[in-house]
Design a protein around this ligand. Structure first.
Ligand SMILES: [Zn+2]
Length: 81
């Protein structure tokens, strides 16, 4: 059982870089602004979805959820033979 190598490496890194705190520094946390979510009903599947207001059409009733958008997207004709 010899973890000395790891310890030495850690100490060397720490010396070279005083901010080094290990694998996860506390600095890495970036605060995101809270998203404004709105509860809308998809006009295709009629399921309630929580969507960012920024992604919503002005006319909420015409909203189509991502799942339905993907389902409606043209599928590349492949293997039709
Ligand atoms: Zn839908």
């Amino acid at each position: 059982m010899s973890r000395r190598k790891d310890l030495e490496r850690y100490l060397r890194l720490k010396q070279a870089n005083p901010d080094y705190t290990g694998f996860r520094g506390s600095k890495a946390v970036a605060a995101k602004p809270p998203l404004a979510l709105e509860s809308v009903v998809c006009s295709v599947c009629h399921r309630k979805r929580n969507v960012e207001s920024a992604n919503l059409p002005a006319d909420r009733e015409s909203y189509v959820c991502l799942t339905c958008q993907e389902a409606q997207a043209p599928v590349p004709a492949e293997g039709t033979g």
